[in-house]
Write a protein of this length. Structure first.
Lengths: 230, 238
């Protein structure tokens, strides 16, 4: 039997976040993809594991079917249990351990949800609300600016090395061109635009550094392939 | 020119905060639970003080809370849930309101902190934004976020059917992390900046989510939490 089952969605960025860690650590997993248009993620089997009914949810078959949700908590779980060499993480007594958590929470509340709202109002909201698209795009740019400041004189967020803190930002940042692109509605108003490389060069370089890692590249490729099977 | 080194004060901890915002007060609940002395510097957001040079040097995100631990070489940390983890890992050796890292539920505690961080705080915050601050009335946005609040309260209701606390059968920072935004639910669902023709989602917290409501009451009755909410009320009246 495979080590893990990952409940996922082909397109959504969040469930692909744990895949990066699974690949970095060479852990075997089977993916169950939910079709959101059929509300499969709210089925009884999944809700028993994850009452929030969102993805990712991870089940560890080598730990009594331990079930965990929230992608950043999953990253912490996988590395605490299976990254004993601390290749992509920090031990709990490392002076920067809580800074690693700080960046995971910054990703969780400051990046993921915000990029998600920008995406929602661009692609899914039933009516055009330029002021909402503007609000969230401006916040994306503000956060990219914060990352730009942080990355001025370092290559990675904590401890001078790549960790799950950096990895956690990749999947949503990969969608930035799409989020700022044309969506469901025509807007008369001018909306904020983004030239990622030009406006935030250090952040862009960091993002490129991450997507060139074999495990990250393989993750993004696996997602592309899964989407094409839709 | 600001002094780059923080002026010495008597407290081992300095908390950069805001009088009204729920997030910095989240940190205060843990400080009080652990009887840790702290000094608070309130930033006036109307004057954009949280973006001043001194604060940005500590926290490039320029938001609150930011915590400085003067007993740990002025260790600086931001993101309220990371601060809760830092304070309890360092100062809650008896694990009165937290779990040790080798506890089987440690990662479930993190799970709930991330659920609070991305699923509660930001969502309650968007509902609040479109009710009180957005320049134009957008009923569909308010509806979106109020409905999501109710969905999340429903998730908590399911989780709390058979238990009094989120993890390990005791109050931990996982539970505490939800309190300050939940205390603002009546305000969030109340009248705001705009008049709306459309019917907006309403909430009777106690009636619709009775277990969650009871859990919330259990938390606000804890002396440290009650004292936190009272301190916030007092500074708001100043």
């Amino acid at each position: 039997m495979v080590h893990f089952t990952l409940f996922s969605h082909k397109g959504g960025p969040n469930p692909w976040r744990p895949v990066i860690a699974l690949k970095e650590l060479n852990l075997s997993y089977e993916t169950v993809f939910y079709e959101f248009s059929k509300n499969e993620q709210k089925n009884e089997q999944h809700l028993a594991y994850n009452p929030n009914g969102r993805v990712p949810t991870l089940v560890d078959h080598q730990n009594n079917d331990y079930a965990i949700w929230e992608s950043d908590a999953i990253l912490a779980y996988l590395t605490d249990r299976y990254d004993k060499e601390r290749k992509i993480s920090l031990p709990h007594d490392h002076p920067d351990y809580h800074h690693l958590l700080q960046y995971l929470f910054f990703q969780s509340s400051g990046q993921g949800v915000i990029w998600g709202q920008a995406s929602w109002f661009n692609f899914y909201h039933p009516e055009p609300v330029a002021s909402a698209v503007t609000r969230y795009r401006n916040e994306i740019k503000r956060v990219l600016g914060v990352l730009e400041t942080i990355l001025q004189d370092k290559d990675y967020l904590v401890a001078g090395k790549y960790t799950i803190a950096d990895a956690s930002f990749v999947n949503w940042n990969a969608l930035v061109p799409y989020i700022f692109g044309p969506g469901k509605h025509e807007f008369k108003e001018e909306l904020p635009q983004l030239d990622f490389e030009k406006e935030f060069p250090k952040t862009y370089a960091w993002h490129q550094r991450l997507v060139e890692r074999p495990a990250v590249a393989a993750t993004l490729k696996e997602r592309e392939q899964a989407i094409q099977q839709l």
